[in-house]
Design a protein around this ligand. Structure first.
Ligand code: GLC
Ligand code: CA
Length: 523
């Protein structure tokens, strides 16, 4: 396995709109990110993934792209992007851009032209299809609720949108679409981007016949549900696109990378290949339970065990409930989140931090009238939506808007949001932030001695123990205090109560430890 900058790297996902606001309009921006690079450097990350900052009407907060070659004025300018890249590289931090190839905004020039006339050739770049019996062309559903089709005013034609109606799906079967994206890929790489996170990476080509998805009765409830095994997405042609892009990334030095938005381990094994994607997200979203976590970790390890790639451990992102909350919230959620981070950061592979995770942020309550997520609006309130994990970063305690901005932020901060501010946590040795810094620094110090393999070891009940070269990681999932006999030297404990005593290593409930052992192990 050739050593590459991205392998075993710690990445940090910046949700651009909510990270830092430099010009005081309540909206995060690119200069805000640049102003916080030293914070990210001190945290110890190797790379950033920036969520979409392109010109966009923000119907899905940037995942509706109006122009793939620019920067939304809300977020800055192309010069701001160049400055961000230069300053990040100066600190040895790489930058990944979010690429959205499945759909454009309905304000993209192509779509506007397509709307111009029924015979406009731009219609071939999307899925414009005649309706059926006064309804949509087929029974496909949008991820945001309702049919995946919107009807054109005063016409029998519909267009496909697997997400919001403002996000028309591109027709990748039309060769002009892959040709355009090849240009877009090169454009950002030439500007200094170190690679891409690829939005809804498996969806580009839809099955050509646009056949109805067969419905079968659910085995338990009897309600009609989509039949498994009927592939709308994952068409074989999408692999050709990634082979092409991988080839392009290989022309650059240092190596550029492709990270697919793919969570399913089975799919990961088909897409993460030496000539396709480098990475995808190994999402640990299981209930706090040692056997479940071990199993999930193993499933991902096995899914991409070809020796050229490693899992990219992830607990949170801008689409899911923050994991401190998922793990029980409050003190117990934070204790578990400290332990889970140590469990995953010790494993071979990359790790993706979602902004604010290093502060132990919880899912925030956003009052319904302030919610902006199309998932909330298009599901008519049936789904709470994702705003609660997108509330801006608290930077400074006891300051207006927690130091994020001089104006009220675009999403309201709940009362006391500044309790978890970065400046206060930097001063506390036991904070989540201090732990992340310590663990990332320890990981970096050990890096050269850590093999890309690990081996589970015998563990007390409700605990997990593994070895990776000189590193031993112990995680206590239980509600009991546990003593583990360990010949190692304690490097980091997730809580002050993790201590080495007469009886061995002492672990309070929901805690983890890293130890350096003499025995070198791996498998
Ligand atoms: C991805 C993004 C999500 C967005 C969707 C549609 O899943 O992560 O935020 O809504 O794609 O682009
Ligand atoms: Ca701003």
């Amino acid at each position: 396995m050739r050593s590459s900058w991205w392998r075993n790297a710690a990445f940090y996902q910046v949700y651009v709109r909510s990270f830092a606001d430099a010009n005081g309009d309540g909206i995060g921006d690119l200069p805000g990110i640049t102003s916080r690079l030293d914070y990210l450097k001190t945290l110890g990350v190797d790379g950033l993934w920036l969520t979409p900052f392109y010109p966009s009407p923000q119907e899905d907060h940037g995942y509706d792209v109006a122009d793939y070659y620019g920067v939304n004025p809300e977020y800055g300018t192309l010069e701001d992007f160049d400055r961000l890249i230069t300053q990040a590289h100066r600190r040895a931090i790489r930058v990944l851009v979010d690429l959205v190839p499945n759909h454009t905004s309905n304000t993209h020039a192509w779509f506007l032209a397509a709307l111009g006339a029924p015979d406009d050739p731009h219609r071939g770049l999307y899925y414009f299809v005649q309706g059926r019996d006064g309804g949509p062309p087929n029974n496909w559903q949008s991820a945001f609720g309702g049919p995946a089709w919107a009807r054109l005013n005063g016409s029998t034609d519909w267009y496909m949108h697997l997400f919001a109606p403002e996000q028309p799906d591109l027709n990748w079967w039309n060769p002009d679409v892959p040709a355009e994206f090849r240009k877009i890929v090169r454009y950002w790489l030439d500007r200094g981007a170190d690679g891409f996170r690829i939005d809804v990476a498996v969806s580009l080509y839809k099955r050509r016949d646009l056949a109805d998805r067969p419905m079968v009765p659910d085995r338990v409830t009897g309600a009609p549900t989509a039949a498994p095994g009927f592939e709308i997405l994952d068409q074989p042609e999408v692999h050709g696109v990634y082979r092409d892009w991988r080839h392009i990334t290989g022309e650059y030095e240092p190596e550029r990378v492709l990270v697919g938005e793919i969570f399913d381990p089975g799919r990961q094994s088909r897409y993460i290949r030496p000539d396709e994607l480098h990475m995808a997200f190994a999402m640990l979203d299981r209930r706090w339970d040692a056997p479940l976590w071990r199993q999930r970790i193993d499933v991902y390890r096995r899914a991409i065990s070809r020796g050229t790639s490693l899992p990219s451990w992830t607990q949170s992102n801008h689409d899911v409930v923050r994991h401190v909350t998922r793990l029980g919230g409050d003190g117990i959620g934070r204790a578990r989140a400290k332990a889970s981070a140590m469990l995953l950061l010790g494993l071979p592979g990359q790790y993706f931090i979602y902004q604010g995770e290093e502060l132990g942020l919880e899912q925030a309550y956003v009052p319904p009238e302030r919610r902006e997520d199309p998932l909330f609006t298009h599901s008519h309130g049936q789904q709470a939506g994702r705003d609660g994990c997108r509330v801006p970063m608290p930077w400074r305690q006891h300051e207006p808007n927690a130091g994020f901005s001089t104006s009220p932020p675009w999403l309201p901060m709940p009362p006391g949001w500044d309790r978890n501010a970065a400046d206060a946590q930097a001063r506390s040795a036991t904070s989540m932030l201090s732990l992340y810094r310590r663990v990332l620094a320890t990981r970096r110090g050990l890096a050269r001695r850590l093999p890309n393999t690990m081996r589970w070891a015998r563990a007390p009940q409700d605990c997990l123990v593994y070895h990776r070269g000189p590193l031993a990681v112990v995680c206590n999932f239980s509600r009991r205090h546990v003593d583990v006999e360990r010949p190692g030297r304690l490097l980091v404990g997730s809580a002050p109560g993790v201590v080495q005593g007469e009886a061995g290593l002492h672990l309070p409930p929901n805690s983890a430890a890293w130890l350096e052992t003499r025995r070198s192990a791996g498998s």
